[in-house]
Ligand binder design. Sequence first.
Ligand SMILES: NC(=O)c1ccc[n+]([C@@H]2O[C@H](COP(=O)([O-])OP(=O)(O)OC[C@H]3O[C@@H](n4cnc5c(N)ncnc54)[C@H](OP(=O)(O)O)[C@@H]3O)[C@@H](O)[C@H]2O)c1
Length: 230
Amino acid sequence: MKVCIVGASGKLGRYMVQHCLDRGYDVACVCRPESVAKLDDFKDRISIFPAMTDDRNVIAKAVAGCDSVLTVLVPWGMKKYASRTAQAVLDLAPPDARLVFSCGWHISHDGKDVYSWQFKTLVAVFGFVGRLFRIVDLNDQVEACRRIFQSNTRWTVVRGSDLEEGPSQGLPVWSAHVGDPILASNLTRRIDFALFMVEALTDDALVRKAPAIVGCETESAKTYAAVASS
Ligand SMILES: NC(=O)c1ccc[n+]([C@@H]2O[C@H](COP(=O)([O-])OP(=O)(O)OC[C@H]3O[C@@H](n4cnc5c(N)ncnc54)[C@H](OP(=O)(O)O)[C@@H]3O)[C@@H](O)[C@H]2O)c1
């Protein structure tokens, strides 16, 4: 399998590179030119395309011939970085390619997610401050996902909970809607978020779905599993 990882040099991206190499995949990486050195550990085993991830010329070259594309969607700046990145991947990846995108729980696919007031407050404050200082535009990540959801591609949008570092606990569990009891613990190891992204490439049951994930060893995941098996 040939996989392109768009945004490969970040924390999530590097975990995805490792998971893909562990599976013997042929890996092409797109990352900002100033971040190429962050991929040094892998440099003999991957091809690197240094560029901003919304650079359509570079995305076209990087995704050529790929079976799958993993994209880290980040709403940095006020220049539509997330939606331009998503649009480039949607437009330029081979038509049958499996496309998997990352985002957070704040994205809703069908409007049926139920958010706590604490979560809504956090998103509102983060969104306001991000826009005020022109650092982050959360609305653009929403727009990126709107375009993905409307596309006819073979997409999956993986919605991450709060993240922590640490060794892998295994494949996260998921649910279609934030607010479902299984997700209550709201914590996933970043390495396992990456694992879910990579496993999604070969899981056709996730095509055109937006799973919200949580760590499989969290209290809510284990409680739900116990309830389901009793
Ligand atoms: N952090 C969380 O708690 C959290 C929770 C839920 C979901 N998520 C989702 O998880 C994904 C990755 O999040 P992460 O927190 O783990 O971050 P990450 O993996 O470190 O990724 C950050 C990405 O943003 C890029 N980046 C950083 N500064 C930039 C700038 N000024 N302009 C353009 N690109 C820039 C990084 O590229 P360089 O390597 O070039 O810096 C990297 O590709 C995102 O889709 C996010 O929505 C995160």
